[in-house]
Every structure is written in structure tokens, then in C-alpha cells.
Design a protein. Structure first.
Lengths: 316, 542
């Protein structure tokens, strides 16, 4: 078990380093360079400046190092916990993340919770219902939920619940009320996936011999479903939750824009567009860490939840 | 018993999440009269509310009410009028400007506004421009050499070379005078909202991409003659928020959650009608500076190197239908290279008239023959124009494409990221491109179309054929060294003629800035720069 853990942590570090490095070089491969974007943003194009002025501007923005030198400089400092300075936001990246991350984390946390409640609830209901037409209708709901575009759902929710009924604010990041609509918007596609997977899981589980045994013991349908069905059908959901964490940053880009929220998703999108390398690298590092850690936890949870799975090597 | 247990576990975790989320900051309660303004998204490329660095229009609106300038500009006549300076003299060689300052002005931190403060402001700006020559304010400060404190309330600003736009520059937000204490801070601190001025409001805080709050300053009493309310502001607080999503922004306004809806682009006809049906007033003003022009690349044997083709292109654009279909029937039709609010504007209505037959005749003469597919060809090559734009095409771009197709010109709309667009401009990899700047003086065109001072020397060079470039530069020189209004009028008049006659600029639409004000907002008034004096605004019951 210890060996397994060390191996997994080693892999995780490798993944982190890979993500960091690939992102750095991709940003350099993008057309245009950071200096031109920064100058253009302050109303000047690089070709309008003399070489001496260009050198000054390069030094002002800290861009006067070579590609590789800058990479090692950034990496070295990142290892010491210094994620550098955002070029356009004029602030340390750590400070930016400290300000933005809680916004996205609370959004993602509530969204995951809502998607679990919604997805598991729907699948559970589908499995429990025995009236055929309703069962079929419920089986179709996930594909519907998955195919609605996120931005459209967000606007629809705003229209109905913010502008129509006035229950929740349409925009902003202040207070719990402002979190509800964005979290629902972000939760719907994942809830649909959970429901889809779990519905299929229940279908398969119902055919297993231990279900027959459970019925034969005299348990009611509700008891069989809760005690024997759900526990066996729900295992793949765990993997999906692990994957969903990685999707929250990308999902947050849209949701945070629609609801004018001030989170990491929007920060990431804008940092990429203006090639603000330290910010993009920091966000990639943070989300990759979250992704790796959650998936590690998921893997470690498996044998605990299902004793049939074990990480010890099988010797023939 | 298991099912209830699961339900209970789920409920408990829900409650936990709700509880955690509820711990975040709750809504701030405001007392007194609050004016809510909603702009579109914040500038995320250059985050700064330092007046000297800011080019973002929305930030300049905010700053105009926090920091004030030596002079002001009459929005109707373009004349420079007293503000923090009660009068001034300009030397005959237009190189030295002596300002006599008001004696009753203080900064919001209690510091006295005096000659030394003005010197500190101009010298600090000059030092910053030296460190970062690309900063926006540098163009306003062009030629500034040093300041001499004559006495406590008299200061002389001395230029090393003529700058006919300098007096106007002293009226702009970019050369607003901040308190000496502000300049002791770093540029970064100022950028993030540590701005101390003499204005009717103080900047309470600025949170990038979220919003800003202005708080009324009691005891304010030195407004310029442009402001009707000469005393302290009518509203106590101005809450500014940035909402990037258009439908959400409009919804907030229709719900009465914001008083002034102020996006960058003019409202569509549908939106304007909807707002007006709810009792809103649409405020409009053409932003001073160049109109929304397309600039050609006439170099390297590209298709627009041929003046005939450029003139044909000029004639193929139906500006009336552009204004009326993209915006609305009341939208002004662009009538020159500058917007009408720019001093020394000269209308070119005749030369910009829609004349598809004339365009077709010119193209025929130039050897471009129409073929069966409706496009024109010469030596087997299609008449195709590459138009670089960022970040997204608009309905207007597609309309132009359609108008040009009617005379047989293919307009290739080339949508690029900002980085690619910048690179395209500097490499001359385009036939048409577009850019703009806002300033109520014709001198602003030098930052676009004079290769010696332009942001992009390549764009500025490419827009003229070689022989035209010399004439244009001579006119720019005549304009900036002129000491009399009549001389400037002549120089900039000729320049505008030249740009139209040579088809070195293709005006598309008047850059009108529109704001919708709710029925409870009274006395919204534009400044010469196209901003608003918020201290004039009263909010009441509709």
C-alpha cells in the first residue's frame, strides 16, 4: 500500500510538471507576443517604438529574459511558492488566486453537491418507478439536460428566477443568493451524466443474483434498492466526480461570465487571451493539483467502498 | 431504515454547503441617494484607473468625477474654459503656458491645490512616460519640458517643442491633477484605485472586473462652468458595476436595478424601443476623435495600392443604410474622417456618398471585369480584400461585405485574436484594418496616422501611397505648430480633404456613445470628452 501511494504521488508530480511545462510552451507558440499585447493594451504597437524604448518596455514588464531562462526562473520561483506577478493585473498571482479561488470553489462545491443530489435522485427515482411510460420519460431526461447549452440555461434561469420572480440576484458574487443560479447552471450537465450512468448501473444491478437473494430474504423493493442496488450501482459515480473537478474551471468560464462573477474561470480565460503567462501557469498548476489530488483520493476510496477491489499486486 | 439515512446525510451536507456559502460577505447596505451605473465588461488587458495611463472610456468617466484638470472644454464649442486654473496666458511662440490657479481648492486628503501640486503632477507624469514610453498619457504630454513655480498659485509649464494641442490636453482626464500624496505611491497602487483628486467624488474602491464606488465629497465648490450644479453632488454614492453579458445588463436596467445603462456600443433599434417604452431616456453623443474608419494597406503591390480601387471602395459603402439598419433611423450618418464633435471637423458628405454605378465604372477602368459569379477579376485573380478585425465580427461588418459584393468586390472578414491582429498590423498582412482613439482635439489622429508618432508606424505608413505620406506629414506638422485657430483649421481641413480624396481612410460610422437613463435620473450631461458630470445628476422618484 505504501509503495502504491509513493508511486501515485510520483506520477502526480510528473503530471503537474508536465501540465506546467506544456502550458508554458503553448503560450509561447501562440501568435503575437506578450509585449505586443501589453503595448497594444496601453495604446501603442511595438512597431511604433524605437528599439531603445522597446527594450525599456520589455524591462518594465519583466520580459527581458529568454524563453528558457524565463521558464526556469518561473518554475524555480513556483517551487518556492512564489507564483510571480500578473503582467496586466499589476498584482502578485498568489494574491489574485486567494481572492478569486474561494469564489470558484464555493461555486464548484455547490454545483457538485447539486449535481449529485439531482443526478442520483433522478436515477434513484427512475429505478424505483414501475409505471412504464413514466420510467421511459425519466430515462430521457438526462440526455435532455446534457444537450442544453450552459450559456442558454444560465440566461433562462436569470430570466425566470432573477428578472421574473425576483428570487435571486442576476449578477454578482456577494452572498449565498448570488451562488444559487450559477451553481444550478453548472450542475445540470454533470447531474445529467450522473443520472445517465446510474440509471444504466441500476439496470445492470437488477439482474444480478444477489438482488434475487435480497428479494428472497423478504426485503421490500425500497429496501433492496437502497441497501443492495444503490451501493453497487453507484461506484462509477465516484470516478465521474473526480473528473468533474477538472471540468469546473472550464465550466466556470461560461458561468462566471454570464453571472458576472469574479472567479478563476474568467481569470483563466482572460489571462490566456492576453498571454499573461504567470497567471495561466498558476491556474493550470492549481487546477492540475486539485484534479490529481481528487483522483488520488477517489482511487484510494475504491477498496474501502468495495472490498472486492484491492491495490495489492496479484501474484499468479 | 437506509433510505431515510441517505436522505438525512444528503440534507446535512446540503445544509453544510449552504452554511459555508452564507459565510461569505453579505450585501452592503447603503443609505442615502445612490446612483447605479452599469458598464459593459472591465478592461482586463491593462488594469488601471491611473488617469495618466487610462485609455478605457469607462474608467475615464469614473475618473472625470474624482480628479480634475487645469482647464475644461466646452462640449458645444470645443473652447477651452477655466477650471482649476481661473485664467492663463500662452506665449507667442506657444511654448510656455502660465496658469493662474484657483485659491480655494483642496484635494480630498486635505492637501492644498497649488502651483507645487501642479508641478509635481506634470513632472511625475513626465517621469512615468520616460519609464514607459508607450503609456497613453504620453501623447498628451508631448513636448512638455518642465514646470516653473512662479508663486503659490501661479505655475508656468514650458514645452521644448510646439504642441498646439497642449492647452486642450490640460483639460483632459488624462492630465488630471492628483494630490502630491498620490504620486508618492507606485504606479501600481494608483492603478488599483489609490487616486486622490479634487473632484466632487472620492474613489472609495475599485475592484477590477467587479465595480467601483464613488462617494460624494462634502464641501466641494469649484466646478467648471460646464457643470450646472456648482456645489456638492446631489447623490451620495455612485455604484459602478461591470456586466459583460448584454442580456443580463439590459435585464438589470429593465428591472430598475440600475439607473444608467452604459455599454460601449450603441443600442440596437429593438433595445432602444424597449428601453424607451419603459420611460428610459437615451443619451447620445458622438465621441470626439476619428470616426470608425477602416484604414487601407496601399503598399507592397496589394490590391488597394491602386487609388482607383480605393475610390471605388469608398463609393461602394452605403453609410446611410449602415447607420439606419445596424442602429436606427435617428442614428447620425458618418460625414467625415472625424466625428462631428471633434474641433475643426470638416464634413465630406459629398465625397462619401453611396454611388455603386460610379464604383463599377472606376473598377471597369482599372481593369477589374465582372464575371459570372458576380465578382470582378483581373488577370485571373479575384478582387478580394482582406479585412483584419478583433475580437468578433459585427452585423455591420457583414453588411459592408454585402454592399461590396454588389459591385463585385469580395471582402474577406478575417476574425483574429487581439495578439494576431496586432501582429497582422505590424507585418502589414492586411488590406483593411481599423482602430480608434478618443480625444476632443484633431491632434489625436497623429497617434494613428502619422508614422513618426503613431502607435503602429506600419499601419500609419501603409495607409498612404508614398507621395501622399509626405503631404500628410506636412499637414500634421502645420497643425501641431500652428499658434492660431485659423491656421489649425486650415491644416486639419486640408488633412481631412486629403484623407478622403486619396481614400486613405474609409469612414464607416459615427462613434456614438449611448447611455440609457432610467426615469428617476435627471440632468445627465455629457462632457466634451464624451463622459458625464455625475455631480449634476439628481435621482428621485420617476
Amino acid at each position: 500500500m505504501t509503495g502504491y501511494l509513493i508511486r501515485r504521488v510520483g506520477q502526480a508530480l510528473l503530471v503537474l510538471w508536465g501540465a506546467y511545462t506544456v502550458t508554458y510552451f503553448i503560450l509561447y507558440l501562440l501568435p503575437g507576443d506578450t509585449l505586443s499585447i501589453m503595448l497594444s493594451a496601453s495604446g501603442m504597437e511595438a512597431d511604433g517604438l524605437s528599439p531603445a524604448d522597446l527594450a525599456k518596455a520589455r524591462a518594465y514588464y519583466g520580459l527581458d529574459k529568454g524563453l528558457i531562462a524565463q521558464y526556469f526562473d518561473l518554475l524555480g520561483r513556483a517551487l518556492h511558492g512564489d507564483l510571480g506577478q500578473s503582467l496586466s493585473l499589476n498584482r502578485p498571482v498568489v494574491e489574485l488566486l486567494a481572492e478569486r479561488l474561494p469564489q470558484t470553489l464555493s461555486l464548484a462545491g455547490l454545483a457538485i453537491l447539486l449535481s449529485l443530489v439531482g443526478g442520483v435522485g433522478l436515477a434513484y427515482l427512475t429505478a424505483y418507478v414501475q409505471w412504464r411510460p413514466l420510467k421511459v420519460a425519466l430515462t430521457r431526461v438526462p440526455s435532455f439536460g446534457f444537450s442544453i447549452p450552459v450559456f442558454w440555461m444560465g440566461l433562462l434561469l436569470i430570466q425566470v428566477f432573477a428578472f421574473g420572480l425576483g428570487w435571486f440576484p442576476a449578477t454578482g458574487s456577494k452572498g449565498f443568493e448570488s451562488l444559487v443560479l450559477p451553481a444550478i447552471t453548472l450542475a445540470i450537465p454533470s447531474a445529467a451524466v450522473y443520472a445517465q450512468v446510474l440509471q444504466r448501473g441500476f439496470q445492470n444491478v437488477w439482474q444480478e443474483p444477489y438482488i434475487q437473494t435480497a428479494f428472497a430474504k423478504g426485503l421490500s423493493r425500497a429496501q433492496v434498492q437502497a441497501r443492495h442496488g444503490l451501493r453497487n450501482a453507484a461506484l462509477p459515480i465516484l470516478t465521474l466526480v473526480g473528473l468533474q473537478v477538472g471540468n469546473t474551471v472550464s465550466g466556470a468560464v461560461l458561468v462566471e461570465t454570464i453571472f458576472s462573477r469574479n472567479g478563476v474561470g474568467r481569470l483563466a480565460q482572460e489571462a490566456v487571451l492576453r498571454q499573461d503567462i504567470p497567471v495561466v501557469l498558476a491556474i493550470v498548476a492549481v487546477s492540475a493539483t486539485a484534479f490529481v489530488v481528487i483522483n488520488l483520493i477517489v482511487d484510494l476510496l475504491y477498496p474501502w467502498l468495495d472490498p472486492r477491489i484491492t491495490h495489492s499486486p496479484k501474484v499468479a | 431504515m437506509n433510505a431515510p439515512r441517505i436522505t438525512r446525510a444528503l440534507l446535512a451536507s446540503c445544509a453544510l454547503a449552504l452554511g459555508l456559502a452564507a459565510c461569505s460577505a453579505s450585501n452592503e447596505q447603503t443609505t442615502g441617494k445612490t446612483l447605479n451605473i452599469t458598464f459593459f465588461g472591465d478592461n482586463t488587458t491593462l488594469v488601471s484607473v491611473d488617469p495618466f495611463q487610462v485609455y478605457w472610456l469607462e474608467h475615464r468617466v469614473l475618473l472625470r468625477n474624482v480628479a480634475e484638470s487645469l482647464t475644461d472644454q466646452d462640449p458645444d464649442s470645443g473652447k477651452i474654459i477655466p477650471w482649476l486654473a481661473s485664467r492663463w496666458e500662452v506665449s507667442d511662440d506657444a511654448l510656455s503656458y502660465t496658469f493662474h490657479l484657483r485659491k480655494d481648492v483642496t484635494f480630498s486628503n486635505g492637501e492644498r491645490f497649488d502651483a507645487q501640486a501642479v508641478k509635481t503632477a506634470f513632472d511625475s507624469n513626465k517621469a512615468f512616460a520616460k519609464e514607459l514610453p508607450a503609456t497613453f498619457g504620453a501623447t498628451y504630454l508631448a513636448g512638455y519640458d518642465h514646470a516653473e513655480v512662479i508663486d503659490d498659485f501661479t505655475v508656468r509649464l514650458v514645452l521644448s517643442r510646439p504642441n498646439a494641442g497642449f492647452l486642450q490636453a490640460t483639460s483632459t482626464t488624462n492630465l488630471a491633477i492628483l494630490a502630491p500624496a498620490s504620486y508618492k505611491l507606485t504606479a501600481t497602487e494608483r492603478s488599483l484605485g489609490k487616486i486622490i483628486g479634487t473632484g466632487p467624488f472620492t474613489l472609495d474602491h475599485y475592484t477590477p472586473e467587479v465595480g467601483a464606488r464613488l462617494v460624494k465629497r462634502a464641501g466641494y465648490a469649484w466646478a467648471s462652468a460646464n457643470v450646472k450644479n456648482q456645489g456638492a453632488a446631489h447623490v451620495d454614492v455612485v455604484d459602478i458595476s461591470y456586466v459583460p453579458e448584454e442580456s443580463v445588463r439590459n435585464g438589470l436596467f429593465l428591472q430598475g436595478k440600475t439607473d444608467i445603462l452604459w455599454p460601449r456600443n450603441p443600442f440596437s433599434e429593438v433595445d432602444s424601443k424597449l428601453f424607451q417604452s419603459k420611460g428610459a431616456t437615451l443619451q447620445s453623443r458622438s465621441l470626439p476623435g476619428p470616426a470608425l474608419n477602416l484604414y487601407p494597406n496601399t503598399r507592397n503591390a496589394r490590391v488597394l495600392a491602386d487609388r482607383q480601387v480605393r475610390l471605388a471602395l469608398q463609393k461602394s459603402i452605403d453609410r446611410v443604410s449602415y447607420a439606419h439598419t445596424i442602429y436606427n433611423a435617428d442614428f447620425p450618418v458618418v460625414s467625415g474622417v472625424y466625428d462631428v464633435t471633434t474641433p475643426y471637423f470638416k464634413a465630406q458628405t459629398e465625397k462619401l456618398a453611396y454611388d455603386p454605378q460610379g464604383a463599377e465604372a472606376l473598377l471597369d477602368q482599372a481593369g477589374w471585369q465582372k464575371q459570372a459569379d458576380g465578382y470582378r477579376y483581373k488577370d485571373g485573380k479575384r478582387l478580394s480584400i482582406r479585412y483584419n478585425l478583433t475580437p468578433a465580427e459585427t452585423a455591420g461588418d457583414v453588411l459592408i461585405q454585402d454592399q461590396l459584393r454588389k459591385v463585385g468586390i469580395e471582402l474577406k472578414i478575417n476574425v483574429l485574436t487581439r495578439a494576431e491582429w496586432v501582429a497582422g498590423n505590424s507585418q502589414g498582412n492586411y488590406d483593411l484594418t481599423s482602430t480608434y482613439m478618443t480625444r476632443a482635439d484633431p491632434i489625436i489622429l497623429q497617434t494613428i496616422l502619422d508614422p513618426r508618432t503613431a502607435n503602429s508606424a506600419t499601419l500609419a505608413t501603409n495607409t498612404y501611397e508614398p507621395h501622399t505620406l509626405e503631404t500628410a506629414q506636412a499637414l500634421f506638422d502645420a497643425g501641431i505648430t500652428a499658434t492660431q485657430g485659423a491656421q489649425r483649421e486650415q491644416a486639419y481641413g486640408k488633412l481631412q480633404d486629403l484623407l478622403t480624396d486619396e481614400a486613405s481612410a474609409f469612414p464607416i460610422y459615427e462613434r456614438v456613445w449611448q447611455a440609457a437613463t432610467s426615469p428617476r435620473v435627471k440632468d445627465f450631461r455629457w462632457t466634451a470628452e464624451g463622459f458625464a458630470f455625475l455631480s449634476d445628476i439628481e435621482v428621485g422618484k420617476p
